[in-house]
Design a protein around this ligand. Structure first.
Ligand code: SAM
Length: 328
């Protein structure tokens, strides 16, 4: 009776459930957000560990089963079930999130949580193994990608537990991992559209040198257009680039194809791009020299996105912006 489309794989190993709860570091005063409680195996132990569990479940049959399970027990008045799609639900206040989620919502859910205010202490979430490894990847790792950098901008992420398929009923096709996500406090402030536009270009071909990426005709054309717009607005005194430190647009980041599709092999994608755009360099131009001068200033010309740290990305973007070069 399980719905494949809803990613209903129930945790059946009680030792594993214990281990997840134990590693979560739940305090007896905590309000816990659980996403996708299913039949409530994890919910029960969360109720025993914390003060209150708010569980968001999309499947009405599961909601009923959950309520039936705790009805008449002392745990029931500390459980609040919200029926609905977590991505469309306004989240209440919570101290900690613990969840075994359907994997198809991994990326949008991660950014929804990280965008939630006031921010929580930490989230302990079961992900598909490869997605988990992308979140915790370090510069130089094969899985280091735009998702990694966007997540680590907002949070410290660590790998807690490897979980094999057979801990679930029915077993999913892929292995899993439990990850700990701790929002950065204070946040690193970036201009959301700038940051997003910048990273998209940098990771367009992450194994190429930045020198070759920023020589591409398409990139130079785009940046020059932005540059001219900014200059024109400056002349008319409009000051487009007010320092609106707005938040990252998580819905947009989260729904991008790159982040959601776990089958895409980054390297393969890179090669495809090369055929299309090649290393075609735009003609020599003053503007291009300006862009390359920024790369030289920070000693980035020979570096590759696959090996840049978060701090280096932030620094390079600041150098571009200082030179009046913008990505949005
Ligand atoms: N937590 C349970 C466990 O560990 O045994 C069940 C986990 S199962 C992988 C995922 C659960 O999330 C299912 O109960 C499913 O109905 C629910 N679900 C799927 N999509 C959802 C969504 N968009 N919002 C809330 N719950 C969702």
């Amino acid at each position: 009776s399980f719905h494949k489309s809803k990613g209903q794989h129930i945790l059946k190993n009680p030792l594993l459930v214990d281990s997840i709860v134990q590693k979560s570091g739940i305090k007896s005063t905590d309000t816990i957000l659980e996403i996708g409680p299913g039949t409530g195996n994890l919910t029960k132990k969360l109720l025993e560990a914390g003060k209150m569990v708010i569980a968001v479940e999309v499947d009405p049959r599961m909601v009923l089963e959950l309520q039936r399970r705790f009805q008449g027990t002392p745990l029931s008045n500390r459980l609040k079930v919200i029926q609905g799609d977590v991505l469309k639900t306004e989240l209440p206040y919570f101290d900690i999130c613990v969840a075994n989620i359907p994997y198809q919502i991994s990326s949008p859910l991660t950014f929804k949580l990280l965008n939630h205010q006031p921010s929580f202490r930490c989230a302990i979430i079961m992900f598909q193994r490869e997605f988990a490894m992308r979140l915790v990847a370090q510069p130089g790792d094969k899985l280091y990608c735009r998702l990694t950098v966007n997540t680590q901008l907002l949070a410290r992420v660590s790998h807690l537990l490897k979980v094999g398929k057979n801990n679930f009923r029915p077993p999913p096709k892929v292995d899993s991992s439990v990850v700990r996500i701790e929002p950065r406090k204070p946040r690193i402030e970036v201009k959301q559209k700038e940051w997003d536009g910048f990273l998209r270009i940098c990771f367009n071909r992450k194994n190429k040198t930045l020198g070759s990426i920023f020589r591409q005709k398409s990139v130079i054309t785009l940046l020059e257009k932005n540059y001219k717009t900014v200059q024109a607005l400056k002349l008319t005194g409009q000051g487009l680039m007010e320092d609106n430190h707005d938040e990252i647009d998580f819905s947009r980041l989260g729904n991008s194809n790159e982040d959601l599709s776990m089958d895409v092999d980054d390297d393969g994608a890179d090669e495809e791009m090369e055929v299309e755009d090649g290393d075609v360099e735009g003609e020599a131009s003053e503007f291009k020299d300006k862009v390359l001068a920024v790369l030289k200033e920070g000693d980035f010309e020979e570096k590759r996105s696959s090996k840049l740290t978060l701090q280096e990305f932030l620094y390079l973007l600041s150098l571009f912006n200082k030179a009046g070069i913008h990505f949005s």
